[in-house]
Design a protein around this ligand. Sequence first.
Ligand SMILES: Cc1cc2nc3c(=O)[nH]c(=O)nc-3n(C[C@H](O)[C@H](O)[C@H](O)COP(=O)(O)OP(=O)(O)OC[C@H]3O[C@@H](n4cnc5c(N)ncnc54)[C@H](O)[C@@H]3O)c2cc1C
Length: 319
Amino acid sequence: MILVLIDHDGGEIDPLSLRALTAARKLGHDVEAVVIGQSGAELAAIAGEYGASILHVASHASISDYTPMASGRALKDLVEKLNPAAVLAAGSPRGNEQLAHLAAFLDIPMAAECSQITLGAPHHVLRARWAGNLIESANVHSELLIATVLSFSTEPESINGPAASVSQFEPNVQPADTIVRVLSRSTGESKGGVTLNDAKVIVSGGRGVGGPDGFGNLEELATLLGGTVGCSRVVTSSGWRPHAEQVGQTGTKVAPDLYIAAGISGAMQHIAGMKNSKTIVVINTDPEAPILRYADYAIIGDLHQVIPALTSAIRQAKG
Ligand SMILES: Cc1cc2nc3c(=O)[nH]c(=O)nc-3n(C[C@H](O)[C@H](O)[C@H](O)COP(=O)(O)OP(=O)(O)OC[C@H]3O[C@@H](n4cnc5c(N)ncnc54)[C@H](O)[C@@H]3O)c2cc1C
């Protein structure tokens, strides 16, 4: 049996977990799922739809929000009870963090961001390193494989299975497991209520935007296209936009239908976060900018002229 951690936020599933469930199913074993926190029990239907027969629900008085070390503890308790062949999760920052705690508790290795997994003795994985610029082929020498699935390496496939049956358990959470916990939240949503993770269109700006005020034009275009604004790390480090909008290796990894990169040079750490976008449009004054290698369409020009021109043309076309 393969155990898959379904990550969620107050009962709202991280869609990358569906890719992890699909990857698990394709390994040819039975699949069971686990959620941390009582609100995750609502996900029994979708867990079953994507192939899990049982949804284990870890609930404890001290788990009310994301508590990564307590997640690791709950997973450890469940692994010791169920003895699965592998534990998988999405290769998101949260998925990687929670499984790293599990691996630390069990004192065995963990393979993060795997694009291919073969169970055996040893297990074999291909995994993305250096922002996806290097694919590592590695053997994992432990009986239990703990691995996360590289974002967007597997398409989520429903099998229309029946709802998973829910099995509650109370993990043996220690006080020290809740040292890292969520104290407060600020929303990362754009004005239109679309986040980077679910946006079909992202209009992303880099240093070339010139300052926080320059993002007004990008916001206008994003809103017109029903999308949201993203940015490079230079932009967040300069305090022009919040970190929640950063795309890349240390930001959010995205794969929208349309990614418009304006005033972004194309450092590998940025490319790592957006190269899976279906269509990439680049707006840059430099015809030699590295990001042009990834462009489906490119406009060589000043974004301060190009973006208002695009916005006005789209407005006219929409009537
Ligand atoms: C460990 C590590 C992790 C990192 N993680 C990330 C990450 O997650 N995300 C990320 O983005 N970066 C990340 N970086 C930073 C990354 O290496 C680059 O420094 C950063 O992406 C560059 O941002 P930029 O493209 O906005 O700026 P620049 O590289 O300065 O590029 C600006 C671009 O704007 C163009 N331009 C200028 N004026 C205009 C104009 N008027 N109109 C049109 N184009 C114009 C220029 O030709 C240039 O191509 C990371 C770096 C490290 C070391």
